[in-house]
Design a protein around this ligand. Structure first.
Ligand code: NAG
Length: 313
């Protein structure tokens, strides 16, 4: 953001858009994901029907796979589970580095689809919820479009009218205000999630976080007018040229610097076993737990395929 400092020094406020220029600090592709992220073995903290395995198990079962500019992480799709045993093997990865003011661009070819899947790309601080959470890609059971959500401690609300193309669901980001719903924004473009995202070859999600706002953009692979710095993963990006974001979270009634600490990036390929009403409402067969246990082949398409992730500061 040196341009910003320079512009200020000159006492100039011309072309504010140019202030939003960032330089690439991290570029992850293929095997690079396995070096810069840690595979986290754990039973699912959200109580899904999933068992997150360690790095060696993930590699040996081909639940992580890297080659050239492809990085895949997936759920097991071959094992019938015992109802008394652990959930379906899957992978959760967390970035080794933490980020505050930054731009992240995710170039994703495919995301997990199918009943019982609950994929997510998100960032989170150490002391949840007081250091905040930013959900960039999230949805359940193929139900789109994508939902972008902030989760915070108390004292963070969003104005009901703001410059975004998505639809605000709730404006209080405090997890205690709404049974952890947070302040979500639903993207209006159906290509942003699930089977429709995949049918169009995926696309790009980008998040810009500063001390005064958080913005999230999405471009489908076959959208028109994709900014070239996004499409090509260029070494600098200018978010001032990216147009109205899908979701805009201004800091007007949310002190961003105290609500959001340093964040790690988390990518997980979850399995849903939460609300059975959500599950049934999605038109999914059987009960969720039964379905996850007995239908491994339903998880054939439960995988992320990342072309790259680039981070700018
Ligand atoms: C592992 O997964 C990759 C990506 O889905 C696939 O191309 C490859 O054939 C798999 N390898 C094995 C041994 O199954």
């Amino acid at each position: 953001m040196s341009f910003f400092a320079r512009a200020l020094a000159l006492g100039s406020i011309f072309t504010l858009a140019q202030c939003a220029t960032y330089s690439q600090t991290d570029s992850h592709t293929g095997t690079g994901f396995l070096k810069s992220f840690t595979v986290q073995a754990m039973s699912d903290p959200t109580h899904g029907r999933v068992n997150y395995v360690d790095a060696a198990t993930a590699a040996s079962k081909n639940l992580t796979f890297a080659s050239g500019n492809t990085f895949i992480l997936r759920s097991d799709h071959t094992t019938v589970l015992k109802s008394s045993g652990p959930g379906r093997n899957s992978v959760r990865m967390q970035s080794n580095k933490q980020f505050t003011t930054s731009v992240m661009v995710f170039n994703i070819r495919h995301m997990p689809e199918g009943c019982g899947t609950w994929p997510a790309v998100w960032t989170v601080g150490a002391d949840w919820p007081s250091e905040g959470e930013i959900d960039i890609v999230e949805g359940v059971n193929d139900q789109g479009p994508d939902q972008i959500t902030l989760h915070t401690g108390s004292g963070c609300t969003m104005p009901s009218s703001r410059s975004q193309t998505g639809t605000a669901l709730q404006n209080n980001c405090d997890v205690d205000a709404s049974n952890n719903a947070g302040c979500g924004v639903r993207v209006t473009d159906t290509r942003s999630y699930g089977p429709i995202f995949n049918d169009h070859g995926g696309g790009w999600f980008a998040v810009e976080r500063t001390s005064s706002f958080i913005k999230v953009w999405f471009w489908s692979r076959d959208a028109t007018g994709i900014p070239s710095d996004v499409m090509n993963g260029e070494t600098t990006v200018n978010t001032g040229n990216w147009g109205t974001p899908r979701a805009y979270f201004p800091g007007t009634s949310c002190p961003m610097s105290s609500m959001f600490g340093p964040h790690n990036i988390v990518i997980n390929c979850g399995d849903w076993a939460g609300s059975s009403s959500v599950y049934a409402a999605s038109g999914c067969p059987s009960t969720c737990v039964g379905y996850v246990n007995n239908n491994p082949s339903a998880f054939n398409n439960a995988y992320f395929d990342f072309a790259w992730l680039k981070i700018y500061q």
